[in-house]
Ligand binder design. Structure first.
Ligand SMILES: C[S@@+](CC[C@H](N)C(=O)[O-])C[C@H]1O[C@@H](n2cnc3c(N)ncnc32)[C@H](O)[C@@H]1O
Length: 274
């Protein structure tokens, strides 16, 4: 079937962290910053609400997070799922195309058996081969070009695997405005990184050097963060990707995610077998 990908608002800009030559440690320092940003925005609570709904409904005991980076807020989410949503025994397996060596080591050596980080590269475009469980893609679906994105959705449906895609931002401003605002928004994010860095955990001397002395991290983080926005799939773009998908025994649902106080935060697409 011919899909009209060219009609999408989403555009395929580059992000530094997608290049395989990009240094693994710089990528990790950048994803460390995303963790802090998500904590400040309360993304953990939003995700825990969405994920708990699927786990309860489908009786699933493992979450397989794809494109985990430094883990994002998924370790916080699993805690909330255990403690706030009362779902004990749920396990979290984090994975990435470029696994974060620090996180792999951290979760290998700590006693908590409910959380682990796979040390072998897992490519989201090959999602059918990932371990079974609820697949989550948090802030990583926009990294998939349309053909790969479509294949992920097709694969989830064909293999009757539940899938939750979440993006904390939204591609909701006209592209021209995005370009016009780019110089100022890059500067704002660079300054934000300078203030956010002291709260990064674990804070290493390398993260400090590459932030304040040789500011590679703020510059690359600012570009990747800004480039992420026009790369995100809008609801209409998702309709294009979902063209012909959805059956009586596998349904797709999308919408704006909410915090417990009703405040909207990010967008989601979930696919679940019926
Ligand atoms: C913006 S980060 C998000 C990290 C984390 N999920 C979070 O919310 O903090 C995107 C992650 O997707 C990963 N990624 C990009 N392309 C991927 C692919 N094809 N398969 C798996 N992971 C991928 C990157 O390595 C990066 O760690």
């Amino acid at each position: 079937m011919e899909i009209a990908f060219t009609l999408m608002k989403r555009i395929q800009l580059f992000e530094f962290e997608d290049f395989n030559w990009f240094p693994t440690n710089i990528r990790s320092y950048m994803t460390n910053l995303i963790v802090q940003l998500q904590r400040k925005l309360g993304i953990g609570e939003v995700l825990a609400n969405l994920i708990a709904e699927i786990l309860k409904d489908k009786n699933i005991s493992q979450i397989v997070d794809v494109g985990s980076g430094s883990g994002g807020v998924m370790p916080d989410v699993i805690k909330m799922i255990h403690e706030v949503h009362g779902l004990s025994g749920i396990k979290l397996l984090m994975t990435d195309l470029y696994p974060n060596p620090e996180m792999v080591k951290k979760y290998k050596t700590q006693n908590d058996e409910s959380i682990s980080y796979h040390d072998i590269s897992v490519d989201a475009t090959n999602i059918a081969t990932a371990p079974t469980g609820l697949k989550t893609m948090v802030n990583s679906f926009h990294h998939m070009p349309p053909k790969e994105a479509r294949n992920i959705l097709v694969s989830a449906q064909e293999n009757r695997q539940p899938l939750l895609i979440y993006e904390m931002g939204e591609n909701n401003i006209p592209l021209l405005i995005w370009w016009l605002l780019l110089p100022i928004s890059l500067i704002v994010v660079i300054i934000m990184v300078l203030f956010m860095t002291p709260s990064v955990k674990p804070l290493t001397w390398q993260q400090i050097v590459f932030t304040y002395l040789i500011p590679i991290i703020p510059v690359c983080f600012a570009w990747d963060g800004q480039a992420s926005l026009p790369r995100m799939y809008t609801f209409k773009d998702l309709d294009v990707l979902l063209d012909g998908l959805g059956t009586s025994n596998y349904i797709w649902k999308k919408g704006r995610a909410k915090k417990s106080n009703g405040k909207k935060q990010g967008t989601y697409l979930m696919g679940v077998p019926v």
